[in-house]
Design a protein around this ligand. Structure first.
Ligand code: ATP
Ligand code: MG
Length: 368
């Protein structure tokens, strides 16, 4: 089967120009189509989906620039090339800025036209190849996430449930040694599941799966619940936990924001000192709400600060070695906040404490 000839659309008000281009293109092995003005041109782009469009910049009716702009919406894969009667640098530059692949000053030799067309086709081929690869990669990532969820996570959850059943004595008498072993096994399992869940969250955030479901979220309520939820942990670390709330609806995904703040507040408790404190405050700043999580803990040395938001980064110091963690908490928090068009900052003084500031865009809906 012969390969389909690439279609090249010539949009020019001059009949002589259309005819000569058509002739050159047909001889070069292309399928030429013509349009006598911008409107007809756009119509033909819609209908025929040509690979390339040659667009005269100066035409009566809608101008070549307008045609150029509109082609992007109709067919982003189309490669537009402009023809300039008056070969001014300005108009050519303007056209390139508006998305033209190249420009052809009048008058041009047949060879010039064919060369520019073959280059444009090559570029289109590469762009389409890249697009196919991108799609394949996305599909693979999707499958990978599903694989991790089902093949890895599900059996672990099942094992966890069996342990619960055994520990509850529902499978018969469990002696002390057995119970200790199962408790240890369960702890290792919990850590592994935590890691897998973190990793899944990161993968979801990376793929922009949270941004499309943003709703007004009452941050003060969310933080209140966090403080209640983390009170036992604070007690264990002998740290006081205080919230100074302000009315704050932000546009967000409640579950994700919950996780981001949980990670930051948990750190403030874990990397604290006995009798220390954690203070969470909120204030408005222009169109943002800023949440500050301030602790009186061990602090972070200046040389570590640039890295603490990196995946798996943990500050290695004596105090930290006792505290369990994978180094994912802050990287997840940062990704979540950034996916909300917000930002996160840290100030810290070793031995004195740290303050994490989270800035999130406010929601218009003030009723929340
Ligand atoms: P996890 O994944 O369980 O949260 P983690 O707490 O080690 O593990 P991150 O929350 O990402 O990981 O924090 C990275 C590192 O930054 C921590 O290991 C700790 O050394 C340091 N860090 C984070 N928050 C604080 C804080 N409030 N005070 C002092 N050091 C901190
Ligand atoms: Mg942490």
């Amino acid at each position: 089967m012969a390969e389909k000839k690439p279609t090249v659309l010539v949009i020019d008000d001059e009949e002589a120009m259309r005819d000569s281009c058509s002739l050159i293109l047909a001889r070069g092995g292309y399928a030429p189509v013509t349009a006598e003005n911008g409107e007809v041109g756009l119509e033909k782009i819609r209908e025929l989906k040509p690979e390339i469009a040659l667009i005269d910049l100066k035409m009566p009716g809608i101008s070549g620039f307008e045609v150029l702009e509109k082609t992007k919406d109709i067919d982003p894969q189309l490669i537009p090339i402009v023809i300039t009667g008056y070969a001014t640098v300005d108009s050519a530059v303007e056209a390139m800025k508006k998305g033209a692949y190249d420009f052809l000053p009048k008058p041009f030799a047949p060879e010039e036209l064919r060369l520019i067309i073959s280059r444009a086709l090559e570029r289109r081929r590469l762009a389409m190849e890249a697009e196919t690869l991108r799609r394949e990669k996305k599909l693979m990532e999707d499958n990978f996430i599903t694989m991790v969820t089902h093949q890895l996570r599900s059996p672990l959850v099942a094992i966890q449930q069996y342990f619960e059943v055994i520990l509850a004595g529902l499978a018969g008498q469990v002696d002390k040694t057995q119970q200790e072993m199962i408790l240890r096994a369960r702890e290792r399992l919990d850590n592994l599941l935590g890691l897998i869940n973190d990793w899944l969250d990161l993968a979801r955030i990376d793929r922009g799966q949270i941004v499309d479901k943003l709703k007004p979220v009452a941050l003060d309520n969310l933080l209140k619940k966090q403080v209640e939820f983390l009170a036992p942990l604070a007690k264990e670390y002998e740290v006081s936990l205080e919230l100074k709330p302000a009315k704050g609806p932000v546009l967000g995904d409640e579950q994700m924001l919950d996780q981001a703040f949980s990670n930051i507040i948990t750190n403030a408790i874990k990397y604290n000192k006995p009798k220390g404190s954690v203070t969470i405050s909120m204030h408005h700043e222009n169109s943002f709400i800023v949440v500050k999580v301030e602790d009186t803990g061990i602090g972070i040395a200046r040389e570590h600060l640039p890295f603490i938001f990196d995946q798996f980064y943990r500050v290695s110091r004596r105090e930290d070695q006792k505290i369990k963690g994978t180094g994912l908490g802050l990287s997840i928090a940062k990704k979540i906040v950034e996916a909300h068009n917000g930002s996160i900052e840290v100030e810290s003084e070793p031995g004195q404490g740290s303050t994490f500031s989270v800035r999130l865009p406010r929601s218009e809906d003030e009723t929340k």
